[in-house]
Write a protein that binds this ligand. Sequence first.
Ligand SMILES: Nc1ncnc2c1ncn2[C@@H]1O[C@H](COP(=O)(O)OP(=O)(O)OP(=O)(O)O)[C@@H](O)[C@H]1O
Ligand SMILES: [Mg+2]
Length: 400
Amino acid sequence: MSEQKLLTTKDLNDFKLLLNEYNDKLVRSSQKVIIAKSKFSKGEITIDVVKRYEEEYKNTKVEFKEKVNNQKFIENLKYAAKTLSNFKKSEDEYWKAYEDYKLAQFLFKESKIAMKDRGHGGELSRLSDVALKLNNIKFKYNPNHPFAVNGVSVEVKHGEYVAIIGHNGSGKSTLSKIIIGVLRPTVGSIEIYGNRVTSSNINIARKFLGIVFQNPDNQFIGSTVRDDIAFGLENRRIAPSKMADIIEKAAKKVNMHDFLDHEPLMLSGGQKQRVAIASALALSPDILIFDEATSMLDPKGKTEVKNIMVELKNTREKTIFSITHDMDEILNADKVLVMNKGELVKYGTPKEILVDKNFLRSIHLDIPFVAQVEEALKNVGIDLEHSNSLEELVEKICQN
Ligand SMILES: Nc1ncnc2c1ncn2[C@@H]1O[C@H](COP(=O)(O)OP(=O)(O)OP(=O)(O)O)[C@@H](O)[C@H]1O
Ligand SMILES: [Mg+2]
């Protein structure tokens, strides 16, 4: 059996990307026709120019039809079915061929759906266990400005919780905007679950991503918590029959299911942020970014939201990035990414990052309270192992 002939999920992704690219071309081309017609009506251009754009649009449509058909997925399914028919159930090869056939069936079905909405409603599959890969990302807001992000490369595995820290203006928010696709890197490339992000697939790649911002008051649209969570789902054209269940589950995850009929603006800061998290979770992103999501909350709200973040981390179902100035929060993280003047200056476990306290001070970062106490104890001759929480430290002191 020649295995190379069978298509894979990657082929399906590539097909969706092709659809997207051509859909973009088609939209751009039709926009040109509309603009040309309007200019013609104002006497700014001649009818020949309009005709040229109309011709171009027609050709793009033909090209779209030619390139974008799922023939190869049909062939693939036929081939897999034929291979399967060569074996009897009692043979070992049968089950391998059966799996191939199931996959071919899946790919065919998905290719049909993708064709229907020209790749737009499509979702990319996870091709790799690496949730995010940044390759030498550089970004400038203005050609004569310095790089706001300068040569950042990093690989983050699925399920990891990464804290991003750095002094004001070090490039944290810029980096998060690049990751969610609001800003395009000047240099470098991004891969999300093995899918290279390009200008034509950014909209489907973004379905992997959810973000919770700093200000809880700027994130509401609906008049009730339920409406608010529903809004994102409607945007994604989720079937109304499925919504109630999704909303319920998302609200439960953040402990807000008793507030579904409440008005968002009447909630406390911490509750608002929890609703914002529920709204993000409802869209089931694989990567969740918190951009200083706790910074505007009172201590109680901070604790509530931090606890939710830790609970999410413990499920290992999501990859979490948390941009934070709260140095105590980094103790919850698997990895800490330290930014300074646009550069990634350190990447490692909290313990690895906290070894060099003078380095952190040199780039104007605070030291977590626990680490400060450890340092003070060390100075008076009490050398304790690194602790990840105050409770842990207290226990060690008591044992000492
Ligand atoms: N819209 C913008 N136009 C021009 N320059 C910008 C813009 N936004 C940020 N910058 C600059 O880019 C650099 C990085 O800013 P960024 O907001 O990413 O830092 P940050 O680490 O998020 O800071 P903070 O901790 O204050 O939120 C800074 O020098 C900043 O002045
Ligand atoms: Mg910022």
